[in-house]
Design a protein around this ligand. Structure first.
Ligand code: GCU
Length: 397
């Protein structure tokens, strides 16, 4: 087994740029000179991320989804949107989808995103059942009636609809509860063996779930599965990046405040470090990732290469000024250092050379902004994602 190097309880996170250890970023284009060579290099990088960080899916055996409840459709938002709640089964687990789409849509592009606390927190609607699964930060880890619509400010549902997109969301705990349970619950219960050192942690499991939801969306006439933007915040932003890296069917990828293990450069060790994330959340990554606790220089990659795995597809990285735990500058640098791959493939990459001013987005094939405020998803964030997605998925300027 791999030794788990614990960090001292009193080790303070560093926020001081002048105390960042000297580091050299691995070159995503190492050994290649032409676009034709990128797919082989891409495969190598993807395999390294799978084996050393997120973990591989153990088997394809449980990939099939079935429809448990086709759900009924009802009009919401004064009739301009249709709400639909199909339930699909994956590896013995029920995934309760909440779909809100423009009424009468045919082949609409969509945002697909997990929610943190259950579908009933996204929209205040009595027809949305409370999740019966384990939920974080709630008494008894149970969903509550009083939380209906409590996350609504993080979901610009009406704006999404008004711009011609559908929203597909589900509770991430439907796939795997976010707790270090020895991989006995969630979809893991269907898999006979505990994950090996190079096999999935929960982030890779959630990412796999997103791909299976995309499989289902391919059967839905109202939604165009070739124009699905996968979006996630924080740990779920780490998840959307890994989903987009693994599954090139995702047409666009959005990381909102994903930080360590997501868009932020690990070698900077600003805010949350590899050792800290592995200690606080031992179930998120594969056990091989423990080798890099306080040992980031040995990583065969850094997070700019995760961003580069999206190329040439559009990818958006967003930070928030007060979200220093997630290292906004490290997130910007990952977007910037993914740019040479986009350029090799004939795309613009990130237009900004320097970190943009607060609330002034830079959007090419890579988008980036740092907005005012803290760790959250806001109207400002969605306004940028919708603009970016309209340009790339609807051909609008
Ligand atoms: C913690 C964790 C982060 C994570 C965040 C979240 O702060 O350290 O890595 O992104 O939770 O998911 O909100």
């Amino acid at each position: 087994g791999v030794a788990h190097i614990a960090i001292a309880q009193d080790a303070k996170p560093n926020y001081d740029e002048s105390k960042i250890p000297a580091y050299t970023l691995p070159d995503p284009l190492a050994g290649i000179e032409s676009a034709a060579q990128w797919p082989a290099r891409r495969k190598q990088i993807l395999e390294q991320f799978a084996a050393e960080m997120f973990g591989k899916v153990p088997t394809d055996k449980f990939n099939a989804i079935s429809v448990k409840d086709a759900g009924t459709r009802k009009q919401v938002l004064g009739g301009k949107a249709t709400m639909w709640q199909p339930v699909i089964t994956l590896a013995g687990r029920d995934l309760n989808l909440l779909v809100v789409m423009p009424t009468d849509s045919q082949q609409a592009p969509a945002f697909l995103a997990y929610n943190f606390h259950g579908n009933h927190t996204v929209l205040d609607d009595a027809d949305i059942p409370l999740t019966k699964n384990w939920v974080r930060s709630k008494p008894d880890n149970r969903a509550r009636e009083e939380d209906r619509g409590s996350a609504a400010s993080r979901w610009a549902v009406e704006k999404i609809i008004d711009n011609g997109f559908a929203l597909v969301t589900l509770y991430y705990g439907d796939v795997d509860p976010d707790v270090d349970d020895g991989f006995e619950n969630g979809v893991h219960a269907a898999f006979p063996d505990k994950p090996a050192a190079d096999q999935w942690g929960s982030i890779a499991t959630w990412a796999w779930g997103l791909s299976r939801v995309l499989d289902f969306l391919g059967t839905v006439p109202e939604i165009d599965e070739t124009r699905v933007a996968v979006m996630g915040h924080s740990r779920l932003g780490k998840t959307s990046l890994w989903a987009g890296a693994n599954d090139e069917r995702f047409a666009l990828v959005i990381s909102n405040n994903s930080g360590c293990g997501g868009a932020a450069i690990s070698r900077r060790r600003i805010g949350e470090s590899v050792a800290r994330i592995n200690t606080s959340f031992p179930h998120w990554f594969c056990d091989n990732f423990l080798k890099y606790n306080d040992n980031e220089s040995q990583l065969p990659f850094d997070q700019h290469m995760l961003i580069a795995l999206m190329a040439p597809r559009p990818v958006y990285v967003a930070s928030a000024v007060e979200d220093t735990w997630a290292d906004p500058r490290g997130e910007f640098l990952a977007a910037k250092h993914a740019t040479p791959v986009y350029e090799l493939l004939g795309r613009e990459g990130l237009p900004a050379d320097e970190m943009p001013a607060v609330d002034e987005p830079s959007q090419g094939s890579i988008g980036y902004h740092i907005r005012s405020g803290g760790h959250s998803v806001t109207e400002f964030d969605w306004t940028q994602y919708i603009k970016f997605a309209k340009r790339h998925l609807m051909n609008e300027q």
